[in-house]
Design a protein around this ligand. Structure first.
Ligand code: ADP
Length: 188
């Protein structure tokens, strides 16, 4: 049906919106953060390598991420459509995704960009850390600030890439969760 990218800085609510959209439209949700965290939990060789990268707030290498996403998108459970949460996070990843989709006669239909205020986000992440008892090693105020900087430097250039293609939908991510969901659904 539809292939969607959910895009926004850390703590913008991509996870919540992604699972709601996935349930409503029956699209396969591909959350790179969740995939990487379960790889770490499995204590595989790759997981051990990823552990420190995730905890530091830096990005995992483009090569690893591109291989991971290519194999997920090619799987049968993505045939009816998918939602990407956390990918692409660099321009190189976005270009690799374009090439991969073109080669398989697929395309991205919509890129939902959650627009947010950076200061509020860092507070949100710190609150999430307090609530979940630090379940995520990267949910501290210091690492949140690092992830925000990484987002600005490496991820935000992805937005104009999709704006130029005319497929991005900007939604105010500072509204409450239900309003954000309603606005996304309206725009789709
Ligand atoms: P958030 O959206 O809250 O930043 P995610 O769960 O999406 O968190 O990602 C957590 C971490 O996983 C990132 O900080 C990064 O280290 C890694 N990661 C996830 N997706 C990618 C990606 N596409 N490229 C590189 N690293 C990634």
């Amino acid at each position: 049906m539809k292939n969607i990218i959910l895009f926004g800085p850390p703590g913008a609510g991509k996870g919540t919106q992604g699972s709601r959209l996935s349930d409503k439209y029956g699209l396969k949700l591909l959350s790179t953060g969740d995939m990487l965290r379960s790889e770490v939990a499995s204590e595989s060789e790759l997981g051990l390598k990823l552990k420190d990268i995730l905890a530091s707030g830096a990005l995992v290498s483009d090569d690893i991420m591109i291989d991971l996403i290519i194999s997920c998108i090619s799987a049968p459970d993505c045939e009816e459509g998918f939602i990407l949460d956390g990918f692409p996070r660099t321009l190189v990843q976005a270009q690799a995704l374009d090439a991969m989709l073109a080669a398989t006669n697929k395309e991205i239909d919509h890129v939902i960009v959650l627009d947010v205020d950076e200061k509020t986000l860092i507070e949100r992440i710190a609150t999430r850390a307090a609530e979940t008892g630090g379940a995520r090693s990267d949910d501290t105020k210091e690492i949140a600030a690092k992830r925000m900087q990484v987002y600005k430097d490496q991820s935000s250039p992805v937005i104009p890439h999709y704006d130029t293609k005319g497929i991005s939908i900007h939604v105010n991510g500072m509204d409450d969760m239900d309003t954000v969901t309603a606005n996304i659904e309206k725009a789709l």
